[in-house]
Design a binder for this molecule. Structure first.
Ligand code: DQA
Length: 141
């Protein structure tokens, strides 16, 4: 599970939009949800685009499934687009909010969506659990 910029401040960052769960709590939830589904989950967050590209490249080399919330990079990073294009295992795109329903025009486009098997948006932290259901071959959203 790879989370992009500003998501390390979850819980303190605009809680009216992103909720009150911290990134540490989110990571704990995801590891537990993964274990329930027989998945070994690792949760990472970075504010540095090249670091995310490196992680995606490693996931491509290792054929590791990815749940990606690329945060603001979702909307404009062609480096993230190119990195997602190389993935061979399923990619699930997740957003806490529903970017397409938000007023800022720039949030309405995603460079991740063309490469994702599923987009889950607007379900808060539950969206990550739904993404794991998709990867586990379960019921999905
Ligand atoms: C986000 C939505 C993006 O538009 C925004 O830039 C984020 C978080 C979400 O999870 O709702 O940082 O990806």
């Amino acid at each position: 599970m790879l989370n992009g910029p500003n998501l390390g401040r979850l819980g303190r960052r605009q809680p009216e939009i992103y909720g009150t769960t911290t990134h540490v709590e989110l990571a704990q939830l995801c590891v537990a949800w993964g274990a329930e589904r027989g998945l070994e989950v690792e949760v990472r967050q970075t504010n540095h685009e090249g670091v995310l590209v490196d992680w995606l490249n490693t996931a491509a080399d290792d054929a590791t499934p990815v749940v990606l919330n690329a945060a603001a990079w979702t909307h404009y990073s062609y480096a993230v687009f190119d990195a997602c294009a190389q993935l061979v295992a399923p990619l699930v795109e997740v957003h806490l909010s529903d970017p397409r329903a938000r007023p800022e025009e720039f949030r309405h486009h995603s460079v991740v969506t063309p490469h994702a098997v599923e987009v889950i948006a607007g379900h808060g932290v539950e969206g990550y659990r739904m993404a794991l259901d998709v990867l586990a071959g379960g019921v999905g959203p």
